[in-house]
Write a protein that binds this ligand. Structure first.
Ligand code: ACO
Length: 326
């Protein structure tokens, strides 16, 4: 029996200032706005400034989430940063964020599940909180994918962007509130390393002593994404005894509009309930789910008490879903 529920009390997002449009990209590689919009739905993405790092983005999003939660950094006793583009090989970006926010209590560590990172991180925070091991967690997805893209490869460089999103998750007594109580209801995480090669980076500290570039077999990833994401969403809903049709808002990983449409069709989801922000920032990997949540909370769509279903798939392959009453 869990003693505590993990309640999302605040959300924040941050995008770097520099906008890179599809037309800008068409001057760099053989592509066009028409192709990118038709195949992905992406219109523009943000690129971190020189010297602006993943930790900078993470701190900016975290400060907004703390403000939105009405919480102070003193309360935070767990920081999890989901990222595949850390500032350094070590220390963990989470400890850099911890230092910048002036947090000295508890633990800070990174989670590496690429685009699924935020789902892995929120599931981890939920488990820490449920067991009474943390009272106030900052869960952050932050990426600077612009640093690992091959800017001469049109099949990948048009897809990704930089950004960060964060949530503040607080412990509430599990016995209060009944079935309508706010908080994370359940999560479902999966991975299958047999498919590591279809979406990976071709370098790393131990393998090549370099950072490397992102490589992807896009059409294979696409097929896995639709099947795996639909399976994760259905599983987490079934385990919670919730019908997918009861979910108020779907907060998906923002990779490709066609993936969102295909998953919605597979599960019979009303597309008006699917939050889409990818047109404005492309695939920001682990940042995309909290960025989408932040957008939908800020514009008043997602309200306290709404049932939200978050999902993602990424390199590994990794995938998962998390169901929460916001
Ligand atoms: N501009 C113009 N033409 C392009 C571009 C481009 N930017 N990129 C590829 N093409 C060309 C290819 O060279 C190919 O040409 P050819 O037929 O002459 O060989 C043609 O377009 C079709 O290529 P495909 O890869 O088959 O195109 P597809 O319809 O699969 O779309 C895409 C490619 C958009 C990458 C798609 O496969 C996709 O979105 N996959 C999912 C990948 C993804 O989102 N990954 C992110 C991480 S995982 C995740 O987040 C779920």
């Amino acid at each position: 029996m869990n003693h505590f529920r993990a309640v999302i009390e605040g959300v924040g997002g941050y995008l770097p200032e520099r906008v890179l449009t599809n037309d800008d990209l068409s001057t760099m590689v053989d592509t066009s706005d028409e192709w990118i919009v038709a195949r992905t739905g992406i219109r523009e993405r943000r690129i971190a400034a020189d010297g602006e790092t993943t930790a900078d983005l993470a701190v900016a999003a975290a400060r907004k989430a703390l403000e939105n939660a009405g919480a102070s950094a003193d309360e935070v006793d767990l920081i999890i940063v989901a990222t595949a583009t850390p500032d350094r090989t070590f220390p963990a970006t989470a400890t850099i964020v911890q230092q910048r926010l002036g947090v000295t209590a508890g633990a800070a560590f990174d989670v590496q599940a690429v685009c699924s990172g935020f789902i892995y991180a929120i599931a981890t925070a939920d488990n820490f909180i449920a067991r009474g091991q943390a009272k106030c967690a900052l869960v952050i997805g932050a990426e600077t994918f612009s640093r690992i893209l091959d800017w001469s490869d049109r099949s990948t460089c048009v897809l990704f962007g930089d950004g960060a999103g964060a949530v503040v998750v607080k412990a509430e007594p599990a016995e209060e509130g009944g079935s309508e109580a706010r908080g994370v209801i359940g999560s479902y995480l999966r991975s299958d390393g047999r498919y590591g090669d279809i979406l990976c980076v071709d370098g790393g500290p131990s393998l090549t002593k370099t950072v490397g570039h992102l490589r992807m077999v896009g059409n294979q990833v696409f097929r896995h994404a639709v099947v795996n994401i639909a399976e994760a969403m259905q599983t987490v809903a079934d385990r919670a005894g919730v019908a997918v049709s009861d979910v108020d808002w779907f907060i998906p990983h923002q990779a490709n509009r066609r993936i969102l449409e295909a998953v919605a069709k597979r599960l019979g989801i009303d597309e008006n309930k699917v939050v889409e922000t990818l047109s404005r920032h492309g695939n920001t990997s682990a940042a995309s789910v909290p960025l989408a949540l932040d957008a939908a909370v800020s514009d008043g769509r997602v309200k306290k008490g709404d049932l939200i279903l978050m999902e993602a798939m990424g390199g590994g392959l990794t995938w998962g879903a998390a169901l929460a009453r916001f």
